[in-house]
Write a protein that binds this ligand. Structure first.
Ligand code: EPZ
Length: 430
């Protein structure tokens, strides 16, 4: 299995073009199930997760074609007919967001059999809110042997849905189903992440009638059919944030382009408070640090526009060498500190109690072998490795490949000493 080897200490200077957002792309791809016409997605990231969802969609009858367009990678998804409404365990287990095909399958064919995703390394991550929403829309739901059997033979009906938690996935899933329901659906306490607005824009371009995405109340007036469209995936805010942190960690000057600084304002405020320079540009943001030691700052993760939980591990890596003690509170997932023992292998001084980690900045980290436990944890280890003395080897790179496109190429172009080593060796085995 591949691993990434970093020789720390090099400053980063240059430009990184940010890719399309993974977490938007995979929901937009699921929208292709809602129409018999082609959906063309531009600014598509080429990642393990998008490839993976492509495999599942093909099994359901979607023709998935990847092309290199004028402005980068595109994916054309076309489902003239949905040939299967069955999403098996082996596919859903590997990527939880596959569960979101349930709503579109129900809306298009009136039935679906989709595996429950199971737990995950960052927390229990139940799907009760997804199922609550489908039931509210009139679906009959049964759970047997790890599968959700959902039926709505006479179609879905609009409903008033109030989520107890602002869940990104459940809000998106409800939109993907209610867009073809009869009548109006109102989602209260909807998630407000930018990916919701992206989904709204795409579904509306397909003929949907949705208003309010990006606020906590979304109103969906159901339509009887949707058509195809061309839609550009928004920039990946988590990739943007991770490279912003990487630049602050390594020092130097890095321009992050083809992205939106406002998507990560909460993070940029913290990077600035720590002592790095943040320059907002029309098409992104520049992060500059002259080498002076950063100051410790506290963070707390939150729903958008607060600081994203997906940026908690990268920010913790940044704080490992800051001056003073930083308190990091994780409020979204119950088990999202799996990177702590790995950062400790590099010499970080961190203690965890409940949802709170205390990071006491050390003078310097030292390279070591480390192991990624999830996608965002793995990038935090790369970030730490950029500043660690000597060589850091990040094993289980498949986590990284799920969400970071050509990471070693992008960082390498800015001067990072980073290579991917293929083949056996390292500490990949579970
Ligand atoms: C999305 O997950 C992202 N994944 C996550 O990114 C991200 O960390 C998360 O949103 C929060 O921003 C994708 O978009 C594919 P939630 P999602 O539903 O939708 C609880 C990455 O690395 N909850 O907003 O699953 C849940 O357990 C991934 O790219 C229920 O209790 O997140 C959590 O505590 C990791 N019941 C909270 O809500 C439910 O039915 C928020 O989760 C659903 C969620």
């Amino acid at each position: 299995m591949d691993r990434i080897v970093i020789t720390g200490g090099a400053r980063l200077n240059g430009e990184i073009a940010i890719s399309g957002a993974k977490n938007s792309a995979i929901k937009l791809m699921a929208a292709s199930l809602l129409t018999d016409q082609p959906l063309r997605l531009t600014n598509m990231p080429r990642l393990a997760d998008t490839r993976f969802l492509g495999m599942l969609l093909r099994r359901l009858g979607v023709e998935v074609t990847e092309i290199e367009g004028e402005d980068g990678p595109e994916t054309i998804l076309h489902a003239p007919e949905v040939t299967s409404s069955f999403a098996p365990y082996d596919l859903v287990r590997q990527m939880r967001a596959s569960f979101n095909v349930l709503g579109p399958l129900l809306a298009r064919t009136g039935q679906a059999k989709v595996s429950l995703p199971g737990g995950c390394s960052i927390g229990a991550r139940p799907v009760d809110l997804h199922l609550m929403a489908m039931e509210a829309l009139g679906a009959h739901i049964d759970l047997h042997e790890g599968y959700v059997y959902a039926q709505a033979p006479r179609g879905l009906k609009g409903a008033e849905i109030t989520f107890p938690i602002a869940s990104v996935g459940a809000t998106e899933h409800t939109m993907l189903a209610a867009v073809l329901a009869k009548g109006t659906t109102v989602i209260h306490n909807a998630a407000r992440e930018p990916e919701l607005e992206d989904l709204e824009q795409c579904l509306n371009a397909m003929g949907g009638k949705i208003e309010g995405a990006g606020t906590s109340t979304i109103v969906i007036t159901g339509v009887s059919r949707l058509s195809g469209t061309t839609h550009a995936v928004i920039p990946d805010r988590i990739e943007t944030g991770a490279y912003a942190v990487a630049a602050a960690m390594a020092g130097g000057e890095v321009r992050l382009t083809r992205t939106r600084a406002d998507f990560i304002q909460a993070l940029l405020d913290k990077i600035e408070a720590a002592g790095a320079e943040v320059i907002i540009m029309n098409d992104g943001v520049t992060i500059k640090r002259n080498g002076a030691r950063l100051n410790a700052v506290d963070i707390e993760t939150d729903t958008y526009p607060g600081l994203a939980t997906d940026l908690q591990a990268p920010f913790m890596a940044l704080m490992t060498t800051a001056n003073g003690e930083s308190v990091i509170r994780e409020t979204i997932f119950e088990n999202r500190f799996m990177h702590v023992p790995e950062l400790a292998r590099l010499g970080a001084d961190i203690t965890v109690q409940g949802g709170e980690a205390r990071v006491r900045g050390v003078e310097r980290l030292e390279g070591a072998q480390v192991m990624a436990t999830d996608l965002r944890a793995s990038v935090s280890l790369v970030i730490a490795g950029l500043a660690a003395q000597g060589e850091t080897t990040v094993n289980r790179v498949y986590h990284l490949d799920r969400g970071f496109e050509r990471l070693e190429e992008k960082l390498g172009a800015c001067g990072a000493q980073i290579v991917r080593v293929s083949g056996p060796g390292g500490a990949d085995e579970d």
